[in-house]
Design a protein around this ligand. Structure first.
Ligand SMILES: Cc1cc2nc3c(=O)[nH]c(=O)nc-3n(C[C@H](O)[C@H](O)[C@H](O)COP(=O)(O)OP(=O)(O)OC[C@H]3O[C@@H](n4cnc5c(N)ncnc54)[C@H](O)[C@@H]3O)c2cc1C
Length: 422
């Protein structure tokens, strides 16, 4: 128990020094009792403590907080500050660079618990994983310059510019171009679409075209770590979406990337980005698992309390079975997420597990949300119950960061070896 407390930046305490996590867990026990989570059977003490600590932070950010932000479409600054100060966003950064040095398994637990508590990690999760590019493909100089500041929150690396107005799924066709100036630095021109959190980030990882077209397709792109501060040629425009996700379109006109800030070498951009995608998919999947557990908690509680025709609606199998079915699918997805994270932490390839877990978890959370709304009847649509908000939020994950069709095509072609479609 002590080990994780020491490794995380701060485990909050009350005025009399007792662990807030334990108090908050006691207070919130009822909220978490309804759903039995089978995947927690092998939770270590460390993982249990992380769960409790995240729950205690999230207890300060109840539904009203998210509802209000959703209404005015604003960024959850206080929540992100609390998560940053807790050290959880630096959980994957090695201790030598000021992070917690924990694994993907622990990181999935953090995101799952945030979502299970009714919060939304979308505002901050990228701080956890974009830095993975520096970790696996950066030079020692880049790691030393950036990782400690990212771990402390002094630098926010939350923006990831891959998608463009005319290239989403087909990444290799992106058009943003980088050319070298006389000093050897790079000038980037083009536009990015759906760059989440660009207004709340100091750095942005940008994938741009550097090849002249003569290289193999996969070697024409380069990844740049761009300092977004003081860039006159950078314009960020918010894009309104069905959920509060800080989505933007980014326009780049002679935006400067320093020659020493190429991650993964010239022409190595696609490979660099691909390397980080498996971890990202597993982390997003864990958010879906958290959403699913939130919906099952809410649905089972309501089904047991709401009386129609003089008896609880959950007594009717027409209400009970769909919730049970959604729960079964959620648990199966959670097992796959667990497996993917554990294999990743052992250094094994998780292409199949990452894709399958992301797909199953996104489908399961959507189903849990749909059945939750059905259980609540009309009240499922009322803003004050938060279910419609969570439903809108979890819907995203069937499209981003990779859409269902593309996962299925990975499974069909890469795993099952059927003919390629593209
Ligand atoms: C809220 C939000 C936040 C996002 N954040 C980011 C971010 O921070 N950074 C970033 O770079 N991107 C981000 N994205 C972009 C996201 O990754 C893309 O939307 C996603 O990859 C799909 O690309 P697309 O929207 O261009 O769809 P398209 O590529 O236009 O595809 C449209 C549809 O056609 C399907 N399709 C395409 N080709 C095939 C095929 N061969 N077979 C079968 N089906 C096919 C797709 O699956 C999809 O359903 C975000 C998107 C959203 C909505």
């Amino acid at each position: 128990m002590m080990r994780v407390a020491a490794r995380l930046k701060r485990v909050p305490t009350t005025n009399n020094g007792t662990n807030v996590a334990q108090n908050a867990f006691k207070n919130s026990t009822r909220r978490y009792l309804n759903t039995h989570s089978m995947t927690q059977y092998n939770d270590s003490d460390e993982v249990q403590q992380i769960r409790q600590s995240v729950r205690s932070i999230c207890a300060d950010f109840p539904g009203e907080y998210w509802r209000e932000l959703d209404k005015v479409e604003e960024y959850p600054t206080d929540f992100v500050k609390a998560m940053t100060e807790s050290g959880f966003l630096g959980i994957l950064i090695p201790e030598e660079y000021g992070g917690s040095g924990l694994g993907l398994k622990e990181a999935t637990v953090v995101l799952e618990e945030i979502h299970r508590a009714g919060c939304n990690a979308g505002a901050a999760h990228a701080q956890m994983y974009i830095m993975g590019s520096i970790l696996h493909s950066g030079t020692t100089d880049q790691q030393t310059r950036f990782l400690p500041k990212i771990a402390s929150g002094e630098l926010r690396l939350q923006a990831f510019g891959v998608t463009e107005p005319n290239s989403g799924t087909d990444t290799l066709s992106l058009q943003t171009k980088a050319t070298q100036n006389a000093d050897g630095d790079w000038l980037i021109n083009g536009s990015k679409m759906w760059t989440s959190r660009a207004e709340h980030s100091d750095l942005m990882l940008v994938l741009a075209r550097t090849g002249d077209g003569s290289e193999p397709r996969g070697k024409q792109l380069t990844t740049f770590l761009v300092d977004m501060r003081d860039q006159p040629g950078l314009e960020i425009k918010p894009v309104k979406t069905m959920m509060n996700h800080s989505s933007t379109a980014v326009f780049l006109e002679n935006v400067v990337a320093k020659k020493e800030d190429i991650i993964g070498g010239i022409g190595g951009g696609f490979k660099t980005v691909l390397k980080g995608m498996n971890a990202e998919r597993v982390l997003i999947a864990s958010e879906c698992i958290g959403d699913g557990r939130y919906f099952i908690d809410k649905a089972t509680e309501y089904a047991s309390e709401r009386e129609v025709f003089g008896r609880p609606i959950g007594q009717n199998q027409g209400i009970q079975f769909p919730i049970a079915q959604a729960y079964c699918e959620l648990e199966a997805a959670a097992l796959m997420v667990n497996l993917a994270a554990e294999k990743f932490d052992r250094g094994e390839d998780i292409g199949a597990e990452a894709n399958i877990s992301k797909h199953l978890a996104a489908e399961a959370s959507f189903k849990c949300g749909d059945e939750c709304i059905q259980t609540f009847g009309g009240f499922g649509f009322a803003r004050e119950y938060d279910i419609e908000r969570k439903f809108r939020e979890t819907r995203l994950y069937r499209v981003a960061p990779i859409s269902t069709n593309l996962v299925l095509s990975y499974v069909g072609e890469k795993i099952l070896k059927m003919p390629r479609s593209y």
